[in-house]
Structure formats: C-alpha cells, structure tokens
Design a protein around this ligand. Structure first.
Ligand code: SF4
Length: 194
C-alpha cells in the first residue's frame, strides 16, 4: 500500500517526527485543544479578510487569485489544500502559493510546507513556483519565502522518510527541541521525554 501524505503531515513531521506517528498510527488519541480551536477561527477570519486584501500586499499589481486550492499528486503521494494561489502575477509565467499562519515567525517547518505546495503547483500547472508567502496573521504581514531546488528536494526526501515511519509503525525519535514539547497535545504519551 502506498500512503498518501498531506502537507500538514509534512509540516508536523518537521516540527517533531513523533507527531506523524501518533496521528497516523494511533489516530484516536488526538485531543482537540483550545489552541487548535483558536487557530481554526483565526484562519477563517484571515480568509474572509483576504477577499478584501489587495494584491499589492504581496508586491503585485495584477494576477489571478484562487482561494482554497485543493491539489493531489499521485507521483508525490501528497495532497494539500492551499489557502491562496496567485497565478502569473504582473503577467509573469509563475505560480505563487500563500499560506496564512497564526504565528509571528516564519519557522522552518512552515517553509517546508510552502515548498511542498510549490512542488504540487509546478506539477499541476506546469509553471515554476520560485517563491511563496507566509501571511503572518498576528502581524498582518506577508513574508516572502524563496522556494529553492534544495528546499523542494528536502521536502521530497522527508516525504519518503515519513512513509517509512507509517509503514513500519515504529515510534521515531523525539524532536531535539525540548521547547516544542511544552504545548504539545501528545505530551502525555512521551513520558521518556517530558
Ligand atoms: S511531546 Fe515532544 S517528543 Fe512528544 S510528540 Fe510532542 S513534541 Fe514530540
């Protein structure tokens, strides 16, 4: 069986490999936390505001905006729902993914998430995705993120690694960043770490 991963899986795997294990191999244990509920509400509000936001927020004068773009690639074994895609901004033959974040920092895991959007869009639309944006909701600011070939390759390699975790059902090593455990919804399952 070939597992299909979501881009959210990839983002969480880069945050801590164990999260993917808990989500996919023990799917009934996940609690709904206040933080998750807050994130969903903020995301919906950002989507509503995006309809009124101007393209110049991303440095463009023109371009086609597509909201909530759903993509699937059998070749990558990957699905995603992208908040916003701008096609051919200012007439350039490129495609630009945009993701809203309830965060004031463009962390490495968010950047990999954006790189995997780039991979999906390049396959689907046949246009290059040289960069994307993280829209940081608390700051009401769009941060431009380069989507280099190296970052896209890293995303592909991580997807292969993730499939091995799910197929083997062996719990991976925890994140090396203890700070990630502080507010983690799976803390009670990681007695060896916290
Ligand atoms: S508590 Fe820490 S090690 Fe366990 S899943 Fe969460 S982030 Fe990973």
């Amino acid at each position: 069986m070939t597992w299909t991963m979501t881009v959210t899986d990839l983002k969480q795997y880069t945050y801590c490999p164990r999260i993917l294990y808990f989500m996919r191999c023990l799917p009934d244990v996940r609690p709904i936390t206040a933080k998750m509920a807050e994130g969903i509400l903020a995301h919906e509000a950002a989507e509503a505001r995006e309809e009124r936001r101007q393209l110049r927020c991303y440095g463009f004068k023109t371009g086609e905006r597509h909201f909530a773009v759903s993509l699937y690639s059998a070749a990558l074994g990957l699905t995603a729902l992208i908040d916003l895609v701008i096609v051919q901004p200012d007439g350039k033959p490129i495609v630009v993914p945009i993701d809203y974040k309830l965060s004031d920092m463009a962390g490495a895991h968010f950047k990999l998430q954006l790189a995997s959007y780039g991979l999906l869009l390049e396959e689907e639309m046949g246009l290059p995705a040289p960069y994307g944006f993280l829209y940081l909701i608390p700051e009401r600011r769009a941060e431009r993120v380069p989507l280099s070939a190296a970052t896209k390759l890293e995303a592909r390699n991580l997807l292969a690694e993730m499939r091995k975790v799910v197929e083997s059902e062996v719990i991976p090593d925890p994140t090396l960043r203890a700070a990630h455990c502080v507010n983690c919804e799976f803390r009670r399952f990681c007695n060896d770490v916290v």
